[in-house]
Design a protein around this ligand. Structure first.
Ligand code: IMP
Length: 196
């Protein structure tokens, strides 16, 4: 069974494939490009689940009869009452890139000590079957927000996220380590367990 990934984000696709290999899961994922590509969608759901389902359905509409998997991820910062949460991609405005999002997050937390900078990534994977049924698998990655950007690995908010038990950001960790322990790796592992 091949599962097509409803994403245009090459980082996410690469990480999911890497987690499958590193965790020894018997899952076969393929890029949406092999079935015509992922259409643009409005991610206007109220939850990560809603947005993951919106993405999965959009690709399913192009590829009837296939298994589809979509990823929606959010960064939930304790001191901001869980923001940016479901708005993580557009925290600094629609179309904002990672540099603007990271700068906004740093200024929102300016002056807060490490103990008050707790946060977590939550990844929700939606597995959408040929019969139109959806199941969800989630992974949570606890850590804290650094006081400045560090590292060049990963993507998005990785240069600002220090995982619990580490003193460096995800962008400073080897990618294989991220792909074993991250929110996305945990969600992929849950999906793998359920299918096995
Ligand atoms: P979405 O799931 O594609 O909507 O992404 C939400 C936001 O979180 C985007 O700004 C991504 O760059 C960011 N993001 C998603 N996954 C990760 C990750 O693994 N590390 C850091 N940032 C991420």
């Amino acid at each position: 069974m091949t599962i097509y990934l409803a994403s245009n984000n090459a980082h996410k696709v690469g990480e999911i494939m890497s987690s499958v290999a590193l965790l020894g899961l018997k899952l076969r994922f393929e890029d949406a490009r092999s079935i015509g590509g992922m259409p643009e969608v409005d991610e206007d759901g109220l939850t990560l689940r809603d947005n993951a389902l919106i993405k999965a359905r959009a690709l399913a509409a192009r590829a009837a009869g296939r298994w589809i998997c979509a990823d929606d991820t959010g960064l939930f910062v304790d001191a901001l009452g869980g923001a940016p949460g479901v708005h993580t991609a557009r925290y600094a405005g629609m179309g904002a890139g990672s540099a603007a999002n990271n700068a906004k997050l740093l200024s929102a937390l300016a002056g807060l000590p490490a103990a008050e900078r707790g946060a977590e990534f939550r990844c929700c994977l939606c597995l959408f079957g040929p019969a139109g049924d959806a199941s969800y698998f989630e992974g949570v990655f606890r850590g804290r927000i650094a006081e400045s950007l560090c590292g060049s690995g990963g993507f998005g908010y990785d240069p600002l996220f220090i995982p619990e038990g580490y003193e460096v950001t995800v962008a400073e960790l080897p990618s294989d380590l991220k792909n074993r322990i991250s929110h996305r790796a945990l969600a992929v592992a849950a999906l793998g367990r359920a299918l096995e």
